[in-house]
Design a protein around this ligand. Structure first.
Ligand code: NAD
Length: 487
């Protein structure tokens, strides 16, 4: 098998196998072909990984921030040098087209390593003067962090969790999604090549039960999950038993509001990026597109034309703009939601069909699909579909649309398209979401905090904010005079 890694797990600086573990088949979503066969971690592998992380962390935390940062930045350089190969692997792992993976995956991972590598030497405590006595703080690592990934951005997630964790002096055991197990192994290998001490970044494969075992392990200090809300509830509850730190990057059903004064071409471009990029498998997608009544016809006409022009096909062809869904299960889930939308009475104005492409007849392709006439209470407007299905809703007034946009349990993202600057900021301030955009959608540079409100998450990734979630503050009171004791 052409993408078979050396072994399933990467522990203590080396590939490790335990063929007793349940088999994980890695399937290329464009063809349905098995491209690698791995094993889920056994209890022995889990123990080995956690022990390696405990020991590795001690070595890593003794190094200076500058030394740590140098390793991360070297890894970023190696990732950039190998962008082509890493992007191809990402495309095989996920089915996302090379046109996307060349610019959005390994490169985004490299950005995170470079950013946190640059920050590592500046992670400091402070000195607090008390007029004689003083307090100083030490910003210390948490210890061993567990990262658990979703399948949509396997390289990016491995780096977005790894980079801030390592910059702060933690070690990590990362469990990729069982659907996309390959890319994180490359990240681990590259970090090692860049000089990371053994045991500091480990990868173990596995299904949910392995994630659960890691989240409840006595030697784990923090769990960072990217996944769905139901998994987040389980992982957070498990972490609560040990009062462990958590970061939860969960799902969404985000609103994208298009006012009548918006540049329509930009708004349509934003809505398409926010629904069809990565075949719609992006957590922050703006899947409820509210369009002000006066421009609805124009919005839909142009949207249909541009949607029907999307080039769907072989992910390894750089001209392809949309690939398959990640798995047959995800394809079936999306097709079920399309059926639900039709049953609920929404108007399917384009797409809606499974595609059988020549030479890729067993791929998990679904046409980009748009529903108009969607009502707030329909399931397609309330539940996360995680596929190329856009729901378009009509609105009249600003207050009305803000209320409707906020009427959801989720709060990951939100977007506004308008040429009225004052309104843009007023509406964004009123929306309950953690990652927002004005006159664009879904850009997530490492410099900006990323994370959700409400059930969409806890904590933030990226930016200086992430340092807060991978470190803890020790406060040290220093007396400079005699102890004033009444006893
Ligand atoms: P998922 O929740 O099914 O799985 C996520 C990960 O959790 C997988 O690695 C899985 O093996 C593991 N897992 C499952 N049960 C577990 C348990 N009991 N304990 C510990 N780990 C367990 O999610 P998915 O289907 O892989 O990914 C899609 C979801 O991820 C969507 O809801 C999407 O919105 C969300 N997502 C969020 C972000 C974000 O940054 N907010 C980014 C990408 C994806």
């Amino acid at each position: 098998m052409r993408h078979q890694p050396e072994a399933s797990h990467f522990i203590n600086g080396a590939f490790v196998e335990d063929s007793e573990g349940e088999v994980i088949e890695c399937i290329y979503p464009a063809t349905g072909e098995v491209i690698a066969r791995l094993h889920s971690a056994t209890p022995t592998i889990i123990e080995q990984a956690i022990s390696a992380a405990v020991e590795g962390q001690k070595v890593w935390a003794r190094m200076t921030g500058t030394e740590r940062g140098r390793v991360l930045r070297r890894a970023a350089d190696i990732i950039r040098e190998r962008n082509q190969a890493l992007s191809e692997l990402e495309s095989y792992d996920t089915g996302k087209p090379l046109q996307e993976t060349l610019v959005a995956d390994a490169t985004s991972g490299a950005d995170a390593l470079e950013y946190f590598g640059g920050l590592a030497a500046a992670i400091n405590g402070e000195h607090i003067d008390l007029g004689g006595d003083f307090v100083y703080t030490r910003r210390e690592p948490l210890g061993v962090c567990v990262g658990i990934g979703a399948w949509n951005y396997p390289t990016q997630i491995a780096c977005w969790k790894g980079a801030p964790a390592l910059a702060c002096g933690n070690s990590i055991v990362f469990k990729p999604s069982e659907t996309t197990p390959l890319c994180a192994l490359e990240v681990a290998k590259i970090l090692c090549e860049a000089g990371l001490p053994a045991g500091v970044y480990n990868v173990v494969q596995g299904y949910g039960n392995v994630g659960a075992a890691l989240s409840t392990h006595a030697n784990v200090d923090k769990v960072s999950l990217t996944g769905s809300v139901p998994t987040g509830q389980k992982v957070m509850a498990a972490a609560a038993a040990g009062i462990r730190h958590v970061t939860m990057e969960l799902g969404g059903k985000s609103p994208l509001i298009v006012f009548e004064d918006a540049n329509m071409d930009d708004a349509i471009g934003g809505a398409m990026l926010g629904n069809f990029y990565s075949s719609g498998q992006v957590c922050s997608n703006g899947t409820r597109v509210f369009v002000q009544r006066a421009r609805m016809d124009e919005f839909l006409d142009k949207l249909i034309a541009r949607t029907e022009a999307i080039k769907i096909g072989d992910p390894q062809d750089e001209a392809t703009q949309m690939g398959p869904l990640v798995s047959s299960a995800q394809r079936d889930k999306v097709m079920d939601y399309i059926a639900v939308g039709n049953e609920e009475g929404a108007h399917m104005i384009t797409g809606g069909k499974r595609l059988s492409l020549q030479g890729m007849e067993n791929g998990f392709f679904v046409e980009p699909t748009v529903f108009s006439g969607v009502a707030d209470n329909m399931r397609i407007a309330r539940e996360e579909i995680f596929g190329p299905v856009m729901s378009v809703l009509t609105f009249d007034e600003e207050d009305e649309v803000v209320g409707r946009a906020n009427d959801t349990e989720f709060g990951l993202s939100a977007g506004v398209f308008t040429s009225d600057l004052t309104r843009a900021h007023r509406v964004i301030a009123a929306l309950q979401a953690g990652s927002c955009w004005i006159n664009t959608y879904n850009l997530a540079p490492v410099e900006a905090p990323f994370g959700g409100y409400k059930r969409s998450g806890v904590g933030r990734e990226n930016s200086r904010a992430a340092i807060e979630y991978y470190s803890q503050i020790k406060s040290v009171y220093v007396a400079t005079g005699p102890v004033d004791s009444p006893y």
